[in-house]
Design a protein around this ligand. Structure first.
Ligand SMILES: Nc1ncnc2c1ncn2[C@@H]1O[C@H](COP(=O)(O)OP(=O)(O)OP(=O)(O)O)[C@@H](O)[C@H]1O
Ligand SMILES: [Mg+2]
Length: 217
């Protein structure tokens, strides 16, 4: 690890140990920050493991940098070492969307999620793993995080798949909120003149993916 980087990082506590990553809070030159470190999976060949880990760190770093450049609210990239499989980004303050929805937090959260997803898609970026745990309800709206499976040059199919994975998550974990997906789509289709992005085609593609999945289930 770069020694200079570690001198700037002041560790706090581990906040999440997932299947692929260990996430800790702390501070970077005094600013609240998050360290995401990929955890090697022992069942994968070490060379494949290193390649995958590097790819995901790169994908996440490139995507959040692109979003930062384009003014889309997202964590800011502060430091990274793809060879060692870690990155440090700014902390987005607020509860996860999962926690906010479970608490029955008032407000048009699902519409805000749809709007945020559209802003990301309109920059040509797909998320790749969209769930209510990968979104934070902050003062500047719903901010998406965890772009390790995202794509910078995404196609309509990838955008439709983002809506589909969100739909599966909402059906599985938030089944009490009957209009959730409807609200997400409403937010997604709002302000169609504010960018050159064809949101309607993405929603149509989502419907056809949903049909395909139902047919094969
Ligand atoms: N920039 C951030 N600001 C605030 N909280 C964050 C941030 N990044 C991650 N977190 C918190 O850590 C949790 C896990 O982070 P993340 O989703 O990036 O990792 P993961 O799901 O383990 O990753 P992967 O899917 O790549 O294995 C999030 O659900 C969120 O609560
Ligand atoms: Mg995640």
């Amino acid at each position: 690890m770069l020694r200079e980087s570690w001198a700037l990082w002041n560790p706090g506590s581990v906040i999440h140990v997932g299947a692929e990553a260990e996430v800790s809070s702390g501070s970077w030159i005094g600013m609240p920050a998050i360290l995401k470190r990929r955890v090697p999976r022992s069942y994968r060949h070490p060379i494949l493991e290193k390649k995958l880990s590097k790819q995901r760190i790169y994908a996440e770093a490139r995507i959040i940098s692109r979003l930062n450049e384009n003014g889309v609210p997202s964590p800011k990239l502060l430091a990274m070492d793809p060879d060692e499989g870690w990155l440090i980004m700014s902390e987005v303050q607020g509860p996860t969307l999962l926690a906010a929805l479970r608490r029955g937090m008032e407000g048009e959260l699902e519409m805000a999620l749809g709007k945020s997803l559209r802003s990301v898609h309109s920059k040509g970026i797909s998320h790749g793993d969209l769930t209510t745990l990968n979104a934070i309800v902050s003062d500047s709206g719903v901010v998406l995080i965890d772009y390790g499976l995202g794509r910078l040059v995404a196609e309509t199919e990838h955008f439709g798949l983002d809506l589909h994975s969100l739909h599966e998550c909402l059906s599985a974990h938030h089944s009490d909120r009957k209009n959730a997906m409807h609200n997400v789509i409403e937010g997604y289709l709002q302000n169609p003149d504010s960018d050159a992005f064809d949101g309607k085609s993405v929603v149509d593609r989502f419907e056809s993916i949903r049909g395909r999945v139902r047919y094969h289930a």
